[in-house]
Design a protein around this ligand. Structure first.
Ligand code: CTP
Length: 400
C-alpha cells in the first residue's frame, strides 16, 4: 500500500483475500500509515507489519517478502509509488519488495485526475505495463474533496477479482489490444405498469466477468448492462438499459464498430402489448387481468445475420435443460445454427444452479464444428476461455 486516502478501502480487500484462504503480508509505505495505522493491518492480516527495511533485519525482509510472494497487489498505488517502481528505486520495504518479486504484480491506482493524466504518470504506467505488470484503470467518480473524475480506487471486489484472475492464470498477454468488444449482461425488464415488470434471474456476473477479463487483455470494452447491481468494471464503458428494446438499440449501435459481440444478457423474449399508464388495480369482482404479450426482437440472431462489422466474431449463450426434443448439447447445436452466431456457450441450467453463483461450467460450440469443454470453475475462468476462442478466430487460426 502506498499513501492515499483510499487506503481505508483496502481493509475490505484484505478481508476478502484472507477470508478466501490467502496468506497476506501488508507492506505499507510510511505515508500509507498516516491514513490507516499499522495496528489495523496487523490485526486484519494476522502478521507483523513494517514499512522500512530495518525491522527484523535477521530475517532479511527486504528480499524475502518479494521472493516468497505468489502475487503482489499494490493498492492504492499512488503516482509517486508508480514513479518509484518504474525507475527501480528501493528506498523502503515496498519498493524493495517490488524489485525482488518475480511473481505477477497488480497496481490499483488511486489519485487525482490531473496526476493520472500527467505525461510523467502516463509514461510510468506504460513502463510498468511494458514490463508485464497489470495496471488497472482507475474508476471514475467522486475523488477526495468535492471534485469528481477518473482516479478513484476501483472497488475492493473489483481488485479482488482481478487479483484472483491473475493468480489463477498469470499475467495474460494483451492479445485483445486494438479490438473493440461489446458485452451484454443482466436481465431485461418488461413493464406491465409503472411499478410492475416481467423479469428474470440473471445476475450479470458472467457478463461482468467477460467485460473485466477483456479489459485486462487490452480490449476497448462496451458493456451494455440490463438491471445489474454490480460495480462498474474498471476501464470499461458501461451503457445501462432496462428493456429488450433498449438493449437491442444499444447493442446494435455498439456492434457497428465492434470486432466481437458477446450476448451474455438474458433478454425477455416477450413484452406486454400494452403498458398501462396507471398502476393496474385489483378488480372488485375478483377477476384477474389477462396480459397479452408480443414478441421482442431476437438481438443475437439479428446481429449474426446482419454482420454490422465485417469479420466480427459473435458469441451467444444458451441456457438449456434438455427435454424430449434432445440433450442439452443437441439443443445447443440446433440453437447455434438457428441464431447464426460463431460461438455458442451452452450452460446446463437444470436445477437453476448457475443463477447468481460465482461459478459456471459450459461447453463452447463453434459454427466450424469445434467443441470446447470448460469444467466447473469461476465465471472469470470461463470468460478467459471464451476470449481465447474469440482471439483464435481473430488470428484466423480457425476458418469461420
Ligand atoms: N437473445 C437475444 N435476444 C432475445 C433473446 C435471446 O439476443 N430476444 C440471446 C441471448 O442473449 C443469448 C441467446 O440469445 O445469447 C440465447 O438465448 P435463449 O433465451 O436461450 O434463446 P431463445 O431464442 O430464447 O431460445 P428458446 O427457443 O430456447 O427460448
Amino acid at each position: 500500500m502506498s499513501g492515499g486516502i483510499a487506503a481505508y478501502k483496502v481493509c475490505e480487500l484484505l478481508r476478502r483475500l484472507t477470508e478466501s484462504g490467502h496468506d497476506v503480508t501488508v507492506v505499507p509505505t510510511s505515508s500509507a500509515l498516516e491514513f490507516v495505522g499499522a495496528a489495523t493491518w496487523a490485526a486484519l492480516s494476522g502478521r507483523p507489519v513494517s514499512s522500512e527495511v530495518w525491522t527484523d533485519v535477521h530475517a532479511v525482509p527486504h528480499v524475502r517478502i518479494g521472493q516468497d510472494a505468489d502475487l503482489v497487489v499494490v493498492a492504492p498505488a499512488t503516482a509517486d509509488l508508480m514513479a518509484r517502481a518504474a525507475h527501480g528505486l528501493a528506498d523502503d520495504l515496498l519498493t524493495n519488495t517490488l524489485l525482488t518479486a518475480s511473481c505477477p504484480v497488480v497496481f490499483a491506482p488511486a489519485m487525482h485526475t490531473e496526476m493520472w493524466e500527467h505525461p510523467a504518470t502516463v509514461a510510468n504506467v506504460a513502463t510498468l505495463r511494458g514490463r508485464g505488470a497489470v495496471v488497472i484503470e482507475p474508476a471514475e467518480g467522486r475523488l477526495t474533496g468535492k471534485d469528481t473524475g477518473k482516479g478513484r480506487l476501483p472497488e475492493a471486489s473489483e481488485i479482488f477479482d482481478i487479483a484472483m484472475d491473475v493468480l489463477s492464470r498469470g499475467v495474460s498477454r494483451p492479445d485483445l489490444a486494438g479490438r473493440h468488444v461489446v458485452v451484454s449482461a443482466g436481465g431485461t425488464r418488461e413493464y406491465l405498469d409503472p411499478v410492475r415488470f416481467l423479469g428474470n434471474r440473471s445476475s450479470g456476473l458472467q457478463g461482468y466477468a467477460l467485460a473485466r477479463v477483456a479489459a485486462a487483455r487490452g480490449a476497448e470494452v462496451t458493456l451494455v448492462a440490463a438491471n445489474v447491481s454490480l460495480p462498474d468494471p474498471a476501464g470499461v464503458k458501461v451503457v445501462t438499459v432496462e428493456t429488450t428494446a433498449e438493449l437491442h438499440d444499444a447493442v446494435v449501435t455498439a456492434a457497428a464498430s465492434a470486432d466481437a459481440v458477446v450476448m451474455a444478457a438474458a433478454p425477455a423474449d416477450f413484452r406486454p402489448t400494452v403498458v398501462s399508464e396507471d398502476k393496474i388495480k385489483k378488480a372488485d369482482d375478483g377477476t384477474s387481468p389477462v396480459i397479452e404479450l408480443e414478441q421482442n426482437p431476437d438481438i443475437l440472431r439479428e446481429i449474426s445475420h446482419r454482420r454490422l462489422h465485417e469479420g466480427s466474431v459473435i458469441v451467444g449463450f444458451a441456457a438449456e435443460t434438455g427435454d424430449s426434443q434432445g440433450s442439452v448439447l443437441e439443443l445447443g447445436r440446433a440453437k447455434l445454427t438457428r441464431k447464426g452466431c460463431d460461438l455458442l456457450v451452452v450452460n446446463d441450467v437444470s436445477g437453476g444452479a448457475v443463477f447468481g453463483s460465482p461459478d459456471n461450467e459450459a461447453v463452447i460450440l463453434g459454427a466450424d464444428g469445434t467443441s470446447v469443454d470448460v469444467p466447473r470453475g469461476t465465471k472469470a475462468a470461463l470468460a478467459q476461455v471464451i476470449w481465447d476462442e474469440v482471439a483464435r478466430r481473430f488470428a484466423g487460426d480457425l476458418a469461420r
